[in-house]
Ligand binder design. Structure first.
Ligand code: PLP
Length: 386
């Protein structure tokens, strides 16, 4: 069936995704008829809310191979990152004050680590190779007697490049170090299993998987080892005392539903989106002098980050953005004109990094969107090269 092309086209699904209509339907009753506080124990308003939260906890846990008592609901991935890293640092500071992370992490991780440096932590920022991958030998050499945490993201938000998570998990386990992985871009797109990958702490966010903004979760391992965290929000003792505050029941219900849909659709959806992504890359390759960042390694199926060489001026993103919503890097840093620190860490020159575009495809991306994008970007690049 030929679909009508809707402009502008949305290809910024790594920044955020639209709420799936099915997810919206699931959450709506919890604003109105079922508005109860999940902590109200003595009436049915509370019981109904609590039951809905329990179901969402099962749906969320099930998507990542966790058990329900390992899921802490938060306001999103940023809060989960803060709770994981600061909470672990404060809990285990008697073990040591050294944290290992990676230069291409999301700002939520980097800035949390920087904050802890002011509070006595020493942090190693691992470099990446030209594919965006950390070097496992360097990781092993970086481990010290007082290393308490390794924080390496599952896949990067700007390039989709996937880190060797299973091996990192093994190394961490052998050395008795906690392993936190920011899987915000990964959960719901490819299979994630905290047991298989040896992950102790993992964060995810609803608005990256067709749920609403302001809802997310932290996975906290309960067995082998049992991970404990110092809470970063004190109050009524919700979420096993790790995250006080009245639960965002509609947001949690939505996160659960979003996880359920992802689990159901993941295989076919990834295949479909990947086909479109490959078409986009093949279509743009006719331009020549373009570089697909991370092309030679494992990447998420939905994203491509392309550097366009020999562009005059800096109008590339502006021109494309007139009809196609894309980004030059992560949404959080696109307000400032600095070239992406992720691409720079991969050895991309300043000049080329400035002319790099992230195309993030999603559940609602169509063949027509991709055909239009290939035509439009080809024309713009050709005219900027003249
Ligand atoms: C979006 C994102 C975050 C932040 O998630 P929020 O829920 O918006 O706070 C953290 N890490 C990565 C890799 C992301 O893509």
């Amino acid at each position: 069936m030929q679909q009508q092309l809707q402009l502008p086209i949305y290809l910024d699904n790594n920044a955020t995704t639209p709420v799936d209509p099915e997810v919206l339907q699931a959450m709506l009753p919890y604003f109105t008829r079922h508005f109860g506080n999940a902590a109200s124990r003595n009436h049915s308003f509370g019981w109904i809310a609590e039951e809905a939260v329990n179901i969402a906890r099962e749906q969320t846990a099930s998507l990542i191979g966790a058990s329900t008592d390992e899921i802490i609901f938060t306001s999103g991935a940023t809060e989960a990152v803060n709770l994981a890293i600061k909470g672990a640092f404060e809990m285990y500071s008697s073990r040591g004050k050294h944290i290992i992370t990676c230069a291409t992490e999301h700002k939520a991780v980097l800035d949390t680590c920087k904050h802890l440096e002011k509070r006595g932590a020493t942090v190693t920022y691992l470099p990446v190779d030209e594919s965006g991958i950390i070097n496992l030998k360097i990781l092993e050499k970086s481990i010290q007697k007082d290393t308490l945490l390794i924080a390496v993201m599952f896949a990067n938000n700007e390039t989709g490049v996937i880190q060797p998570i299973e091996t990192i998990g093994k190394i961490a386990k052998e050395r008795g170090i906690l392993f936190f992985s920011d899987a915000t871009q990964v959960v719901g797109k490819i299979p994630v299993n905290v047991e298989k990958y040896g992950i102790d702490l993992l964060c995810l966010s609803a608005h990256k998987i067709y749920g609403p903004k302001g809802s997310g979760a932290l996975y906290v391992r309960r067995k082998d080892p049992r991970v404990r965290l110092i809470p970063q929000t004190d109050g009524g003792g919700h979420e096993k005392g790790m995250r006080s505050g009245t639960l965002n029941v509609p947001g949690i219900v939505a996160l659960g539903k979003a996880c359920e849909i992802c689990k159901l659709k993941m295989d076919t959806e990834a295949l479909h989106i990947n086909t479109l992504r490959n078409k986009l890359e093949a279509g743009l390759t006719t331009l020549q002098h373009i570089y697909i960042n991370g092309a030679n390694t494992q990447r998420l199926p939905n994203v491509t980050n392309i550097s366009f060489d020999q562009i005059k001026g800096n109008g590339l993103l502006t021109e494309i953005s007139k009809t196609i919503a894309v980004s030059s890097g992560s949404a959080c840093t696109s307000a400032n004109p600095e070239p992406s620190y992720v691409l720079k860490a991969m050895g991309v020159s300043n000049e080329l990094a400035k002319n790099s575009i992230r195309f993030g495809l999603g559940r609602f991306t169509t063949e027509e969107d991709i055909a239009y994008t290939i035509d439009t970007v080809t024309q713009i690049v050709a005219s900027l090269r003249k």
